[in-house]
Design a protein around this ligand. Structure first.
Ligand code: TYM
Length: 345
């Protein structure tokens, strides 16, 4: 099937290593909900196998996976309309990743900036999984023949690698089997920055909690973090160009725009000429109004972890129905003997 003939199928994933940040919410989750609500087929995956590429306490990982599932549902993911599941429950991901480990080249993976950042100076001590991380990510996407992948800016390089893997697989085996995925990196919040340093990405792994807003923060904490956010002494400009050399100011305006579903120009039309003494309280009020209901619903859902586990299991069953026949085709293309009865090829 050619891509043009196929209905769009959207896939994306988030690592359940710690909680959801405002960066995850605006760069990914909020857009996942919007895409689902457009009526497109959507699969959303909590990538627990990716999470363990760096050390995770088993109990903390289990809790984070359930909390993230609750966060997704609280933010508007409907487990009926979207397929919501955790990666380790669908073995096609790990199986296809192995095949892609044999397609991807060491040189390609060595160039990945996320590996360089995460491995730091101690590359020899990084797990093999951290190095092979992008093969598993390519498997996540290609196991479903997904056509579109909504992500934040930082995942662009991994998606380019996914395309490289698909091209090389198709070329090596002389097939037109894997589609070339389209990264969907859109909106005003594809790169939400740290509240303390406008040149660094907001990240759940930053040692300082003051750099980020977590979806689990209460109203007072959100207000405090915004009040303490680094800014400059200038008033807000009239146009977006006026924010160019002001990373902290630009970040707060982008966050305001994304949270209020407006563009930057429209936010500046309201706040041009005003200082942060006025802008920050308005932003804090908006952030609390948008995030507090999600937080409250998430806590409510987390009271019943059995129900969350049931929903993830149901999502995994539906995901498996799509991925298994694609994987069986891959085994066939690669030349594996598959002789157990009942396996669809
Ligand atoms: P992860 O868990 O680091 O982040 C999940 C999603 O949130 C986005 N994001 C941000 N967006 C804007 N500003 C920020 N500060 C910010 N921080 C995070 C990320 O871009 C991402 O979209 N490798 C992926 C997970 C993954 C995946 C996949 C994604 C595994 N398999 C298949 C898509 C398709 C990751 O580490 O995301």
């Amino acid at each position: 099937m050619t891509q043009a003939a196929r209905a769009p199928r959207v896939f994306s994933g988030i690592q359940p290593s710690g909680g959801l940040t405002l960066g995850n919410y605006l760069g990914a989750l909020k857009r996942f909900v919007e895409t689902q609500n457009e009526g497109v087929e959507t699969l959303y995956c909590l990538v627990d196998l990716h999470a363990i590429t760096v050390w995770q306490e088993p109990e903390a990982l289990r809790h984070a996976t359930r909390a993230m599932a609750a966060g997704f549902i609280a933010a508007g993911i409907d487990p009926q309309r979207s397929i919501l599941f955790n990666q380790s429950q669908v073995s096609a991901h790990a199986e296809l990743a192995w095949i892609f480990n044999c397609v991807a080249r060491m040189g390609w993976l060595s160039r990945m900036t996320q590996f360089k950042d995460k491995a730091g100076k101690h590359r020899e001590n990084a797990s093999v999984g951290l190095f092979a991380y992008p093969s598993l990510m390519a498997a996540d996407i290609l196991a479903y023949h997904a056509t579109h992948v909504p992500v934040g800016e930082d995942q662009k390089q991994h998606l380019e690698l996914t395309r490289e893997i698909a091209i090389k697989f198709n070329h090596d085996f002389g097939v037109d089997f894997f589609p070339l995925v389209e990264p969907v990196i859109e909106g005003t919040a594809t790169r939400v920055m740290s509240l303390r340093d406008g040149t660094k990405k907001m990240s759940k792994s930053d040692p300082s909690d003051m750099t980020r807003i977590n979806l689990t923060d209460d109203a007072d904490t959100i207000s405090l973090k915004i009040r303490k956010a680094r800014t400059d002494p200038e008033p807000l400009p009239e146009t977006a160009e006026g924010l160019e050399d002001r990373p902290e100011a630009r970040n707060l305006v982008n966050i305001f725009a994304a949270l209020s579903d407006r563009n930057v120009e429209s936010v500046l039309a309201d706040y041009a000429g005003r200082g942060f003494g006025e802008f920050k309280p308005a932003l804090a009020e908006l952030a609390v109004a948008r995030l507090s209901p999600i937080n409250a619903e998430m806590n409510r859902l987390l009271q019943d972890t059995a129900e969350i586990d049931r929903l993830l299991g149901w999502g995994a069953e539906r995901a498996d129905v799509i991925a298994r026949p694609i994987l069986e085709r891959v085994y066939d293309i690669v030349g594996m003997v598959r002789s157990r009865p009942g396996r669809p090829v």
